[in-house]
Design a protein around this ligand. Structure first.
Ligand code: SF4
Ligand code: SF4
Length: 377
């Protein structure tokens, strides 16, 4: 196992994410406890020392099962991470109650890593309103009394939202978890997000290294190109080699659902084999091609926005449409849309086409808006 240095710790470069544990009869809420225990045992034996769960994973049962699985091991033999569930605004006034319950569910008296979960457009105002909800103050207090060893945040929002969060709390954030993979490097501003974090000296934890499994298999042509460069490398391994090439990345979390995936991922993390410049260029070139096939080529130039009689934030809506189309739904676009007022939603478009007349990319915005409304129904 490769290890990365974080402060005075050596963290396994591969962390076990507990958001897609094996389940019974495909029911997300019913985790197969025995299979999970076997996976944790294998992970521990093979050097994984980082385990990441959250309040909401598996309908609240991930924390319970991970607590059950990890209690077989000395508390100082693993690092445990969980998160405050601010993705649901109803949780905002309950930080103390939730934190205490999490300690109880996991059967521990401290967390090695604790995160503000999913900082995004929908919850940023509440997260920043420390006077009203006191989440930041409470978590800092837990840090002082040793019940949180390291405080960080995870972010699914856009870069401006991350900036707002960092401007207020950046000096106290020790790590940040973002969606990072070779597809999102350009597509979802992941590269800019890494640079932003670097300016605060905050190391990166990675989620969705395989973009929910999408990068486990590519089209025939892309696979051939990659095989020609590294004949023995598997396709999923390319996603991990990409991350091994980024010096800011400390832990890569993979939500593994069975023993086979775990074994394959551990094998990939036995050796540090970062990409060469040529390999990196090829991989990012393939990613750009993949994105182009589905995404509308909006450059966010904003020429259109002043022409829209409805005042819609067209580039943001195009970007969410692309995300939605690319993921075949997913949760990022619906979540971000839910934070946009009714009169600025795609449904507010009156189809006047003023925007299309000035769009240098000739994007048929009015049709996109109509299609977006239909997709969201
Ligand atoms: S077509 Fe829709 S998005 Fe474009 S200018 Fe008109 S109202 Fe705005
Ligand atoms: S004018 Fe076209 S490319 Fe520019 S932001 Fe609007 S939709 Fe995007």
């Amino acid at each position: 196992m490769i290890y990365r240095t974080f402060q005075d710790l050596q963290l396994s470069s591969l962390g076990m994410g507990a958001m897609r544990l094996p389940t019974i009869d495909g029911d997300d809420a019913r985790i197969d406890v025995e299979k999970t225990k076997a996976m944790v045992a294998y992970a521990m034996e093979h050097g994984i020392n980082y385990y990441d769960t959250a309040w909401g994973y598996h309908d609240g049962n991930s924390e319970l099962v991970m607590g059950e699985a990890l209690k077989a091991y000395p508390r100082d033999s693993f690092y445990l991470a969980t998160k405050f569930p601010g993705y649901d605004l109803a949780n905002m006034p309950k930080v103390k109650e939730i934190f205490e319950k999490q300690l109880e569910k996991l059967g521990v008296d401290y967390f090695d890593f604790y995160l503000f979960h999913n900082v995004c457009e929908m919850n940023i105002d509440a997260y920043l309103d420390d006077e009203k909800y006191g989440i930041y103050s409470y978590l800092m207090e837990q840090k002082t009394n040793g019940r949180i060893k390291h405080l960080g945040f995870s972010a699914h929002g856009n870069i401006d939202t991350m900036k707002r969060f960092l401007e207020k709390y950046g000096k106290d954030m020790e790590f940040c978890q973002i969606q990072l993979n070779y597809l999102d490097y350009h597509f979802q501003e992941a590269q800019e997000k890494i640079e932003l974090l670097q300016s605060y000296d905050i190391p990166v934890w990675v989620m969705e290294p395989l973009r929910g499994g999408r990068l486990a298999k590519l089209d025939e042509g892309s696979e051939k190109t990659l095989k020609a460069l590294r004949p023995k490398e598997t396709i999923p391994a390319w996603a991990f080699r990409f991350l091994q090439s980024l010096s800011q990345v400390v832990v890569t979390l993979s939500g593994m659902s069975n023993m086979e995936q775990l074994q394959q991922n551990i094998a990939t993390f036995e050796q540090d084999q970062p990409l060469t410049d040529k390999e990196m260029q090829t991989l990012l070139g393939l990613a750009d091609e993949m994105v182009k096939k589905i995404a509308l080529p909006c450059t966010a130039c904003h020429y259109c926005t002043s022409h829209c009689p409805m005042g819609l934030d067209i580039p943001t809506l195009v970007s969410l449409y692309n995300e939605h189309a690319f993921t075949g739904g997913g949760f990022i676009a619906p979540m971000a849309l839910s934070a946009i007022p009714e009169d600025k939603q795609p449904s507010a478009c009156i189809g006047c086409r003023q925007c299309e007349m000035v769009c240098p990319q000739q994007i048929k915005v009015s049709e996109m808006m109509k299609d977006f409304v239909a997709r969201m129904q």
